[in-house]
Design a protein around this ligand. Structure first.
Ligand SMILES: Cc1cc2nc3c(=O)[nH]c(=O)nc-3n(C[C@H](O)[C@H](O)[C@H](O)COP(=O)(O)O)c2cc1C
Ligand SMILES: [Mn+2]
Length: 470
């Protein structure tokens, strides 16, 4: 297993750069359309990470797309391929490792009062054509503390710049950050919150991982790094932040304050409509010397937002499911709304039990669940669709559940129904109970393993003739 204890964003950036996976754009780029256009094309082609060194109107470089390609995502965790990812994540995070609080860190090398800060000069990008305003907070990790337990939470929720150092906060009620805010609102107190950006890849990932509510994501980061993450106390609030972050925005969110926010191109690949959101008020900025800003164009797969949210949440769901259902082999989720489970089917109703467990015990809010047998390669959609098209009888194998908790950003329901979803479960396993008269042999011809092996051995000459080999 390779390295995963990256010191900071810079160390991983250099690592990727040495492997030819980072390109610097030194010429001036336009923040209104050009960063959007370039990042969209690069994401779509799973191209390199890009550093924009010279954005018109901004004072700082912007790195984007660092975890937008499969190879860079896997490198950052020290894994080789997806098929070892879920199990590797599970084993590494069986025991969490709390952070180490240190006295000082590079993230506080420079301290700026809000009156000396102009957010538009830090990041002024329009990530999508029809975004209403500037959304610097895309890889912005909100760190809050549960007032009851003292445990911290990290979540990536997109943020929009309003006037005078105020920002919109895109955290719906089902997110852990928002649940902390609800507690503070009930007490009538402002919630302390630190927003960090420009972090090592593991911290970026845990910010996007859908974990059970009691998990402090920085303990998860320690486990993935196999070494405690170093954190420092903020200067104005009782919150700890990763010591090597490029930027820290310390702030407060006052109870009862809301502002209309959006439209914005959300990570579903659709625009989310304007909505009423809580407001972040900036109290202090600290940053490293020569800081780098970190952001991404949120969009549909392939993208950094889809990989970082989808894959990490898939791994956490796999870990949970392994504890409660038998026969689970692997789980795939390229997108937040669909899970494909591969099982070793053991009994009647087993696939349906897996569906119920996915809906009831995992935190990724999957609406569509497809369950397949162990002979199906879930990392190959052709294989999955073959199973769906040949092993499914809809009136027997399709389950629909109505009025379940969904995601506000799911564009499928009409506006007043946002947040609700219906579950679609497809049992695409071979209905062996209906094929018992075939005996032990399954009814497929695609690979007859004994015949293939025998032919390769005993008919090798004939195969060579057919394929023209000498
Ligand atoms: C680039 C990016 C942007 C995201 N933006 C949002 C967002 O605006 N709102 C949201 O609810 N989740 C968003 N997510 C997903 C959350 O970060 C993810 O659900 C995470 O689990 C939230 O943390 P929590 O479970 O501690 O609430 C985003 C993820 C990424 C990678
Ligand atoms: Mn959380």
């Amino acid at each position: 297993m390779g390295k995963s204890n990256w010191k900071d964003l810079r160390e991983f950036l250099s690592y990727a750069e040495e492997r030819g996976e980072v390109v610097h754009i030194k010429d001036e780029v336009d923040p209104d359309w050009e960063v959007n256009g370039i990042t969209r094309i690069v994401l779509q082609k799973q191209g390199p990470a890009v550093v924009f060194d010279n954005i018109k109107g901004a004072d700082y470089p912007l790195v984007t797309g660092l975890l937008a390609a499969d190879n860079r995502f896997l490198w950052s965790l020290g894994f080789e391929k997806w098929s070892e990812f879920n199990e590797g994540w599970r084993q590494r995070t069986e025991e969490l490792i709390p952070p180490k609080i240190v006295g000082s860190g590079p993230c506080q090398e420079v301290v700026l009062e809000p009156k000396d800060v102009d957010l538009h000069k830090i990041c002024n990008v329009h990530w999508h054509q029809y975004d209403e305003g500037e959304f610097p907070g895309t890889l912005s990790i909100s760190i809050t503390k549960d007032p009851d337990t003292g445990l911290q939470n990290a979540g990536i929720y997109r943020m929009k710049t309003y006037e005078n150092n105020r920002m919109g906060w895109g955290a719906p009620e089902y997110t852990h950050g928002r649940q902390h805010y609800i507690k503070y609102e009930r007490m009538g107190k402002p919630m302390p919150i630190a927003v960090v950006t420009g972090v090592d890849p593991i911290v970026e990932m845990v910010g996007a991982t859908r974990t059970p509510p009691s998990i402090d994501e920085f303990h998860l980061a320690g486990a993935l790094r196999q070494e405690p993450l170093e954190m420092v106390k903020c200067k104005t609030i009782d919150i700890e932040v990763p010591a090597t972050a490029e930027w820290v925005f310390e702030g407060l969110m006052y109870p009862g304050v809301r502002e209309m926010d959006g439209r914005f191109g959300e990570y579903t690949g659709h625009y989310g409509e304007g909505r009423s959101l809580p407001v972040f008020e900036l109290k202090l900025v600290t940053h490293r010397n020569k800081p780098i800003f970190h952001g991404t164009r949120e969009q549909w797969y392939p993208s950094e937002s889809a990989l970082v949210t989808g894959r990490t949440s898939q791994a956490e769901a796999y870990k949970t499911l392994k504890k409660i259902v038998p026969g689970l082999i692997d789980l795939r989720c390229n997108v937040t709304y669909e899970a494909i489970a591969q099982i070793d089917k053991l009994f009647k109703g087993h696939p349906q039990q897996v569906m119920d467990a996915i809906w009831g015990s995992t935190y990724a809010r999957y609406k569509h669940v497809i369950v397949v047998d162990r002979d199906i390669d879930i990392w190959d959609y052709e294989s999955v669709h073959w199973a769906v098209s040949t092993r499914v009888k809809a009136d027997r194998d399709v389950t629909i559940t109505s009025r379940r908790a969904g995601q506000w950003l799911d564009p499928a329901p009409p506006l007043k129904e946002r947040g609700w979803q219906s579950g679609l479960g497809i049992d695409a396993t071979l209905p062996v109970e209906d094929f018992e008269f075939y005996g032990e042999k399954p009814t497929k011809t695609v690979d007859d393993p004994e015949i293939v092996a025998k032919t390769e051995k005993e008919s090798a000459d004939k195969l060579r003739t057919i394929f023209g080999e000498k």
